[in-house]
Design a protein. Structure first.
Lengths: 241, 67
């Protein structure tokens, strides 16, 4: 099977349409299961009480914000380096969902911060670098919207996305590099998690749900972008003739 | 199974606030995408393109070929 053919918007468009339900339906099921486990199975935390349940949306949103930014930068970079239209379109499709998850992580973090730290917001390293991530997403979206020529917009967006990717490790390691109000990581790639099993289960299910949701929504948006760009290109071609 | 108290031990405003905000954000994203799809469908029908994908897309390639 020649997978390279799917690098063309023409062949990827129908494939994306077929893939959307395979992401959307499991996502809805996992959201329901994750919320059930998070609210009905996971016990009350002995220190934070029930306020910790914000974690089941806050942590997946924060992870998705970072992961989607890295993905966006990779796609934008590939689109720029190889002049691959579909990659650039994919980067544009990811940006809005990434921005939404960043906003969610900031707002739900504020909702969690008020009862646990006594403040909605503090200019600490984790929160400030996450706010910068939101500005990077907004900058990427605004830059692409401000430039009429899609190819120039893609190139400009790619530069911003690639420069901004340096902020992702800063967000991740900020709690280790600086003294911050934000708590350290409870789940590490290497090493045992420091939370109870039902809490971890709910967290991982919600993370999977957010991943599948993102995939479905990004593919829907990608299909819109393919159509919009090709319609604009056709119109432009008509004017040129 | 633990039935959580709706007041969340006094943290109800914060817990439900964060979940309601998340729900609003997700619904907003889905509704805005739905509007975008509808607008595209209307544009396509106005230009009376017979297929769901413009002809230029169907004949497209992976890389930019035009200058």
């Amino acid at each position: 099977m020649n997978l390279y053919k799917y690098a063309s918007p023409a062949t990827f468009y129908p494939l994306a349409g077929k893939m959307i339900p395979w992401f959307a339906i499991p996502s809805a099921i996992l959201f329901a299961v994750g919320l059930y486990v998070g609210f009905f199975v996971a016990p009350t935390d002995f220190q934070q009480g029930d306020a910790y349940r914000i974690m089941f949306i806050h942590v997946p949103a924060a992870w998705m914000a970072m992961l989607l930014y890295v993905l966006m930068a990779i796609y934008a970079g590939i689109g720029w380096a190889f002049n691959a239209r579909l990659s650039s379109m994919m980067a544009s499709a990811i940006a809005v969902t990434g921005a939404m998850f960043t906003l969610l992580s900031l707002v739900t973090g504020a909702f969690w911060g008020k009862p646990t730290w006594g403040t909605w917001w503090a200019w600490d390293a984790r929160m400030t670098s996450t706010l910068i991530l939101l500005f990077l997403y907004i900058g990427f979206i605004s830059l692409q919207a401000a430039i009429d020529d899609p190819r120039r917009a893609d190139r400009a967006g790619a530069v911003l996305a690639l420069v901004g990717v340096i902020n992702v490790p800063i967000i991740y390691f900020s709690v280790q590099w600086w003294n911050t109000l934000h708590q350290g990581a409870t789940i590490r790639l290497l090493g045992k998690p420091t939370i109870a099993k039902p809490m971890l289960t709910a967290l991982l299910i919600m993370l999977a749900a957010c991943w599948l949701y993102s995939a479905a929504v990004v593919l829907i948006r990608l299909r819109c972008i393919i159509l919009e760009r090709e319609q604009n290109a056709s119109r432009f071609a008509e004017v040129e003739v | 199974m633990n039935w959580p108290d709706l007041s969340m031990g006094g943290y109800g405003f914060y817990v439900w606030g964060s979940y309601i905000f998340s729900l609003i954000a997700i619904v907003w994203e889905l509704v805005s995408l739905s509007h975008r799809k509808k607008a595209l469908a209307q544009q396509q029908s106005a230009t009376s393109v017979p297929t769901s994908v413009p002809a230029s897309v169907l004949g497209g390639s992976a890389n930019e070929t035009t200058s």
